[in-house]
Design a protein around this ligand. Sequence first.
Ligand code: IVH
Length: 698
Amino acid sequence: MTSDTVDLFSDTALAERVQTLRQQLQHHGHRYYVLDEPEIPDVEYDRLFTELQALELAHPELSSADSPTRRVGGAPLVQFASVRHAVPMLSIRTETDTLATGAENFDARVRRELGLTPSDPPVAYVAELKFDGLAMNLRYENGVLVSAATRGDGEVGEDVTQNIRTIRQIPLRLNAAAVDIPPVLEVRGEVYMRRDEFEALNERQREKIAHGAKGEKTFVNPRNAAAGGVRQLDPAIAAQRRLSFFAYGLGEVTPATQGGPEFNTHYDLLMTLKAWGFPVAEQTKVVRGAPELVAFHQHMGETRDQLPYDIDGVVYKVNALALQRQMGFVTREPRWAVAHKYPAQEQLTTVLGIDVQVGRTGKLTPVAKLAPVFVGGVTVTNATLHNEDEARRKDVRIGDTVIVRRAGDVIPEVVSVVLEKRQGQAEQFTMPRQCPVCGSAAVREEGEADYRCTGGLFCGAQRKEAILHYAHRRAVEVDGLGDRLVEVLVDANIIRTLPDLYRLGLTSLAGLDRMADKSANNLLEAIEKSKQTTLPRFMFGLGIRHVGEATAKALARYFGKLDAIMNASEEALLEVDDVGPVVAQSIRTFFDQAHNREVVEQLRACGVTWEEGEPAERAPQPLSGKTFVITGTLPTLGRDEAKDKVEAAGGKVAGSVSKKTDYVVAGAEAGSKLTKALELGVKVIDENQLMELLNGGA
Ligand code: IVH
């Protein structure tokens, strides 16, 4: 827009627009810089900022001293002491043209300002990463860290020394190096949080929230988590954030005339900082001319997902410090540097719906269906909302405008809702109480964040997992039915539920990938063989949540018959050793699903049988209360066989030796477990002695 196209009427409209933009920028700047809780993504802020800048440039009569375009950052919080920077902390010009032209324009500008002609050699630059964190000034006196301050408004920052001391990467005392350490040295750089630390932090926050912690929240992005950490009044909390640091420049330094260092290039300076003990990004390098700037921008753009931290661009700085001095500054930005941005990793989009997906193990996850948006290098149409609490905390509703973030190879996430843009009357999200795939009850156990489908045997989403579990060596055991084969059989729709396994024939197997006649026959034989099983194996094979092998055995021993277990009340189940309220409820819920009972009936109808017993006479068992560890090769018993015998006699078998171990059964070539047993003075026995114990001997 130019002034000569504007008439009297639109002049008023223009002034109003400028006013609105300033108010919006002030509001969002405060949210971002002071509160660390932005409501809009950075790109949106940049867009408003650029629009205001353009309007002020075209209409100087509208400019004003208090415009957000005139200042660098936010005001310091009251709680921290203020620090006046000896040398102001400047900002750099941002090149929002994310294409090669962004770099080319910068080089052209530098050459023009230095008065170079096309025949002059290319300018040398240092190409750096633009870390997405917060700027920090570290002051060292005689090599010792004395203070650390945020940028604040560029003139006055906050004293956050206590928190910064918790960052392991920041030296508290400088290393001696080839260049003497000056009496006064201020190092500037970026405090940031690695993506894995950010994910771990948010995971911990989600846990806390799920367990009812008050006043906890998840963080929008690593930058905000880092900023929040630096501004913690309690340094112990700051330490838990596990922040990192990269150095990229200097503040006040003792002048060369008073014994300070003298650098010729920015690169020398960085390498000296490295020698003194500061982290300097290894990607930093000297490049020459526009083509090499472009190549660096492009290469980092392609590989930024593989970095362990977020960058939002790269930075070019004229390498020769004499040339930097020659070029100087415009207002608060050096003419010799530019930040060349990348396409944003956060964008705005709208929520078209909220689906609930069921995972292989029955976990229900709410997923926001989004209007397609290009963010972090891919088009995103789905974003996880994790669980019910998260979805409600973020209060994402259909029709909402939301900030979506995708950084690195992390799955896309809805960061927050832009509440001002909410128009519809959509309701708050509630988790369905029924599995959206199979209709079985979905339950959330106490202390858990997730809802789970209880239709384990019947649910289409859990088919593969259920079949694999049933076929497991220690369950019903179908030899040869592993991961890959289950994948093929289920995907080809040959098996939908467990009983389908027993309806397989040669014809349905023929023609399957990698299924020769011989392997088909072997599989059918293994399936046939699996029909003869035991009640504990069958119970375990059903894959009821919380019913492991030991519980399955205890149930079988106590009730004797499957029907008795299926019909037992929670109270009756609680009578069984090792069965607590959570397990009892889980068993009851499982058998309350008509679908699950149906599958059990069909399995029996297909010929799956076991020897049923009588309910246990609660006679004391020879090994009850004793814990065994089995190690090495026993002369006659297999390891699993020995385990079964010990458990059948009421004993427990553990995987490692501790002071609580009663006996270590050692066979040939027993290794570290035997050594450990001898160390701890645990009784070591052989197979014969085990047999004696099993027969009731002492
Ligand atoms: S140099 C005079 N180099 O981006 C130049 N800044 O406004 C001062 N940033 O506040 C900054 N990576 O927080 C520089 N390699 C880098 C940077 C970097 C990130 C941040 C810094 C600064 C903002 C630019």
